[in-house]
Ligand binder design. Structure first.
Ligand SMILES: [Fe+2]
Length: 178
């Protein structure tokens, strides 16, 4: 998934075979034996916050229409605040609209995966479980008092390993140590 630091044209040039939808957004459906994975493009050129415009949301609605099995969503910008003022202001701006599309579907939403926060964070949003993992570069400090800045920290980069089983999802958190 591309995020705020990416460039859609550069991405297309570097990955010409990467699927994109009819409007040119880097969104795709990956059907797996464990469920439908939907990858969303929340990049908004020149802006740190994320957007899902009408075109992207309409595509999502079509992508999950008629699907009643497990659904996994992947998007860079979290659609909800997490308590970090600066990061919350540059979250996905269209969370309500996204939730409306999801709530209208018959899909069983098993998990949302987000980036952007550069921290391990997990919880639920409107009843749907979510996970985000550390950045592969710097991290954002665990500091709920900073108001105007996103305090960078140099905790180790991290990654997640997701195990999707027939009856649930397990997320492991790994650290990159040198
Ligand atoms: Fe980001």
């Amino acid at each position: 998934m591309i995020g705020n630091h990416d460039d859609r044209d550069a991405f297309r040039a570097a990955f010409p075979d990467a699927p994109r939808n009819r409007h040119g957004f880097v969104q795709q459906v990956v059907d797996t034996p464990m469920g439908r994975f939907v990858l969303l493009d929340t990049h908004e050129p020149g802006r740190p916050e994320g957007r899902l415009c009408e075109q992207r949301l309409e595509w999502l609605g079509e992508a999950i229409e008629g699907w009643s099995g497990p659904l996994f969503l992947f998007l860079h910008h979290p659609p909800f605040p997490v308590g970090f003022d600066r990061m919350d202001r540059i979250r996905l701006q269209d969370g309500d609209a996204l939730a409306s599309v999801l709530a209208r579907s018959n899909a069983s939403i098993w998990h949302l995966f987000v980036g952007h926060l550069h921290r391990n964070v997990a919880g639920s949003w409107r009843g749907w479980p979510f996970t985000g993992v550390r950045g592969t570069s710097h991290q954002i400090a665990l500091d709920f008092t900073m108001r105007s800045d996103a305090p960078v920290s140099f905790e180790a980069p991290g990654y997640g390993v997701v195990l999707v089983e027939a009856d649930g999802v397990i997320v492991h958190f790994g650290e990159v140590t040198s």
